[in-house]
Write a protein that binds this ligand. Structure first.
Ligand SMILES: [Zn+2]
Length: 243
């Protein structure tokens, strides 16, 4: 492979995750131009070899510029966390159009939501990702007995896949307030990644972060922390020990 070639990972609507090489992409007058920038949305034509792990990019054109997040560390880190998450939970060559829509939605959303909606947007993305993978958590009623969850009498159990009332929890639940579960239930019901409809952050952020982390870990999707979120933790003491 020549020194002017460039490797990249694409998440595509039709073919899922693909590793590609773009020959000559590092030349000043490359035909790929700026289309291969991180987070940009492109139309790509490539040769798919059945026996190769890395496909060869033939042509590409920019559909949408990368989201305008590079000036803000939290927006940029969350955008990277979204990419990192999709990379970790997918294997090459398995398309998932809903997951593609999730990624597109969160990257667009991160450049326009207010500061106090940023983490909420990321949680919304996580809920949508779980939907797209078939792991939708139950957040309104007890996952075991179906009773409506009530203030002070509920928790979350990753094994049964949702909220539980205290009598069904049998000690195997993690604490989350009724407010936290209700907040997530409302978020789960929202139709889009838009600033106008996203609520502001609730008080119980640490419980919600822990809930997502244990849910993704239980299903073997992401074990440990996402690198980009660890980076945010190292900067923001509010994140420390809570994710
Ligand atoms: Zn119950």
């Amino acid at each position: 492979m020549g020194e002017t070639s460039r490797f990249a990972t694409l998440y595509t609507e039709d073919l899922g995750k693909l590793k590609i090489t773009a020959k000559g992409a590092r030349r000043i007058k490359s035909k790929f131009g700026a289309a291969l920038e991180l987070m940009s949305e492109i139309d790509a034509v490539f040769y798919v070899g059945k026996t190769r792990n890395i496909q060869t990019l033939s042509e590409c054109s920019l559909v949408m510029d990368p989201p305008n997040v590079t000036q803000d560390l939290q927006r940029f880190s969350l955008a990277n966390a979204a990419l990192e998450m999709v990379d970790k939970i997918t294997i090459e060559g398995e398309p998932n159009r809903r997951l593609f829509a999730c990624l597109r939605g969160v990257l667009r959303g991160l450049q326009e939501v207010d500061v106090n909606q940023l983490e909420v947007l990321f949680w919304y993305f996580e809920l949508r990702v779980l939907d797209a993978l078939g792991y939708r958590p139950e957040l309104r009623s007890c996952t075991v007995c179906g009773a409506e969850l009530r203030v002070g009498l509920c928790g979350f159990n990753v094994i049964v896949g949702g909220g539980v009332c205290r009598s069904c929890g049998d000690g195997a639940y993690q604490d989350i307030s009724f407010e936290g579960l209700s907040f997530l239930a409302k978020l789960q019901a929202l139709p889009a990644y838009r600033r106008e409809i996203l609520p502001k952050e609730p008080i119980c952020r640490a419980q919600i972060r822990k809930l997502f982390q244990s849910f993704f870990a239980y299903h073997g999707l992401i074990v440990g922390n996402l690198r980009s979120l660890s980076f945010l933790e190292s900067l923001d003491r509010d994140y420390i020990g809570s994710r």
